[in-house]
Design a protein around this ligand. Sequence first.
Ligand SMILES: Nc1ncnc2c1ncn2[C@@H]1O[C@H](COP(=O)(O)OP(=O)(O)O)[C@@H](O)[C@H]1O
Ligand SMILES: [Mg+2]
Length: 343
Amino acid sequence: MEETNETFCVGIDLGTSRSSISASNGERHIIDSYVGWPVDLVARKLIKKPVLIGREALDSRSMLDLRRPLERGLIKEGSEKDERAVQEILRHLMSLSGVKQKGKSRQKVRAVIGVPAEAFRVSKQRLRGAMDGIADSVMLVSEPFAVAYGLEALLHAMIIDIGAGTADFCVMQGRYPTEEDQRTLPNAGDSIDEQLAKLIREHHPDAQFSIHMIRDWKEKWSFVGQPKDPVLITVPVKGKATELDITNEMRAACESILPPVCETMIDLITRVEPEYQSKVRNNIIVAGGSSLIAGLTEALNKALSELGGGRTSVVKDPIFAGSDGGLEIARDASTADWEKLSA
Ligand SMILES: Nc1ncnc2c1ncn2[C@@H]1O[C@H](COP(=O)(O)OP(=O)(O)O)[C@@H](O)[C@H]1O
Ligand SMILES: [Mg+2]
């Protein structure tokens, strides 16, 4: 389909672990948020490319100066390399979307980028810099707001987006969310991985494993509450393949995010006008990769029962919920919105 003279709209979800794009031509893509440059002459000869992005970068990590530039959801302070890495991710996503960025048929690009609520304050300027030359108009929105918009959960709803680097909260009250309506916590997938590694190391000091193995185990067997089956892994212990039961460690690591997440959820509810609190309690939507932890919604519902009950659900398409929402915003925003919100 030709879109030559039309405006090309995209929604981008810039995540710590994965970033996705949804474009107005129907293209949707997701990449791992990794960027790497060959470390030396040998690596350059082997790799034959100036830079690798996504899974390709992760798989060749021994040959690369590998960056995960959005760790903790921010472009890391003062790192020019990380800023360049973010730019590479954005460029790559744009090229996957099939936008025509060169020559006569160059399209006017409007991009809505979802970032963690806190990054919004800290590295707005840097992110704008990274979008220079990639889009004509850029709007930065908080990730959970993009999710809310895409789901049309715009009134009396709370989105909790639990990703890798951060858990982002946003209460929707029928208008553009303010800072008071939003929160960001560092308790999310990465902190679970760190906890799990620490607990296994404590209980099995001779077991050998990497953080990538930890993440794989978690993505297979994560749970909170009562275990359904024991979690059994096989790892080298002093070189010998050994089976370990890590059920308790898995539970403790996954449950480590519950107290701060529940506390923030409840705190945001208490700030809602009293007559609407029960509506919000019954309309809590969990998004992000860590929303797949078994038993999570039950645990959140249990915390809500202390406030008189509530209902939590998980988004249907956690991978593209943020970028699809961003695309909706890009399509709906009027010229005045772009000017107002991107100021
Ligand atoms: N089945 C699963 N159980 C628990 N955690 C998961 C599962 N699948 C993915 N994750 C975790 O979700 C996080 C990635 O979620 P995502 O929303 O893509 O994060 P971000 O937006 O920060 O990039 C990672 O920490 C990953 O390990
Ligand atoms: Mg995310």
